[in-house]
Design a protein around this ligand. Structure first.
Ligand code: LLP
Length: 420
């Protein structure tokens, strides 16, 4: 059984009762289904079969070692955007050729680390960055394999404005009109091999038109770059595949696959894709305990032990996450499901129709495997919560709950005072 379902009234992840897990690890806790991650990998891989391709899971969505190992075993590479993510990827067993290195603000040491690791591509976002990569590659006496991250300037109207990235004037990528000129600079630099063009137009894209328009522009640009002498062998169409959070439909992978594989085949290039959310969102639930039920004015609040520190998406993006009781549901109520943090913006759901919930009960906040734990914070000095991986009828604590000592680990109570 994949993902989350009810067996004998109680909510399970695959074959394991969530209640049993949190009896051991406490709440709040993130629980991930390995089976869901594998299944989604297999389905996307099949949808891309019309072209030579490699999937590079965007590690920013969920960087948990257990999840990374599931994807690596399935055949995935990764897309990383910082030295820290590169470090995590290498530790989880990915090799240089499995790794794409992106990001709009790469630091010198990060570029050096990526070159030392021998990453498949550094996707550069400006001419200045290209020159920096070239200088560091010269110092290291290597040839940097580079892609140009291009902003294709397409309409991404259906993405939340915080996560649309491929429209004119966004901070990401090289504006499409300048990309040929930056390509010419790449060709003039001795330590650069221009192997790819890349885009990432946004996240949670419910229409695929941006992929069609964007990859069309990338193909045109690549042909021009090839004519100028660039050995372009990869077309990287980025991430952005949507997942249903409420009642939406699953994306039509066949339609998506046709758009991006057609583009790669038109160019005669290997297709690279970088989805993150698609693999992990539905694989995860945040389990939280209701501490108090509070009636104030006309409102009912369920005050939980998880909030914006564990799951920022509701307060940051107004995101909707389905909530279920772990126990068999009965009755009905409407409540604001809120966290313990001292902010009015600290909520998991507003005016939510739920079954009757009493203090002490457990809730599962669904579709939180992507951009959940990775965006958590220590605000209000709250230790990070544990992560659990379920596979069939077994489960493992893959990342432990932080302790109070972890919160102050880097503090020096008697620092050395200096004057320079
Ligand atoms: N590639 C690049 C260059 C990216 O910037 C991103 C995501 C991805 C791939 C993966 O996108 P995905 O397939 O997961 O949509 N925190 C937000 C999402 C931010 C996405 C940032 N970039 C959220 O919670 O919705």
């Amino acid at each position: 059984m994949l993902g989350f379902s009810r067996i004998d009234g109680g909510l399970h992840c695959e074959g394991v009762a969530l209640e049993g897990i949190v009896r051991e690890v406490g709440t709040p806790a993130y629980v991930y289904s390995a089976g869901v991650v594998r299944d989604r990998y297999t389905r996307l891989d099949a949808a891309l079969s019309a072209a030579p391709h490699r999937i590079h899971y965007s590690l920013k969505a969920n960087a948990c070692r257990g999840v990374l190992e599931v994807l690596r075993a399935a055949g995935s590479g990764v897309d990383v955007v910082s030295g820290g993510e590169l470090f995590r990827a290498l530790r989880a067993g990915f090799r240089g050729e499995d790794i794409l290195f992106g990001g709009v603000g790469k630091q010198e040491h990060e570029i050096r680390e990526a070159l030392v690791a021998g990453v498949k591509l550094i996707n550069v976002e400006s001419e200045a960055e290209l020159r920096l990569v070239s200088r560091i590659a010269a110092e290291l006496q290597v040839i940097a394999s580079v892609g140009l991250r291009v902003n294709p300037e397409v309409d991404v109207a259906n993405a939340h404005r915080y996560i649309a990235t491929g429209e004119r004037g966004h901070k990401f990528g090289i504006p499409v009109g300048e990309a040929e000129a930056v390509g010419a600079v790449a060709l003039s630099l001795p330590n650069i091999a221009l192997h790819a063009v890349d885009m990432h137009v946004g996240s949670q894209l419910s229409s695929f038109e941006a992929y069609r328009a964007g990859t069309g522009r990338l193909v045109e640009l690549s042909l021009a770059l090839r004519k100028a002498g660039a050995p372009i062998k990869y077309l990287d169409s980025g991430g952005g595949l949507p997942v249903p959070y409420a009642e939406e439909e699953e994306p039509d992978l066949g339609a998506y696959g046709r758009i991006v594989t057609d583009a790669a085949n038109a160019l005669g290039a290997e297709l690279l894709v970088e989805p993150g959310r698609f693999f992990v969102a539905a694989a995860g639930a945040l389990v939280t305990r209701v501490l108090y039920r509070k009636e104030t004015g006309h409102k009912t609040y369920l005050v939980c032990d998880a909030g914006m520190t564990e799951l920022l998406r509701p307060s940051h993006y107004d995101a909707f996450h389905r909530i279920e009781t772990l126990a068999a549901p009965h009755g009905a109520m409407v409540a604001d499901v809120v966290g313990p943090v001292c902010e009015s913006g600290d909520f998991l759901a507003l005016d939510r129709a739920l079954p009757e919930v009493a203090p002490g009960e457990l809730l599962a906040v669904h579709t939180t495997g992507a951009y959940g734990y990775v965006m958590s914070s220590h605000y209000n000095a709250r230790p990070r919560v544990p992560e659990v991986l379920v596979d069939g009828d077994r489960w493992a604590l893959v990342s432990a709950r932080e302790t109070y000592a972890d919160l102050v680990r880097l503090e020096d109570p008697s620092p050395e005072w200096r004057t320079t």
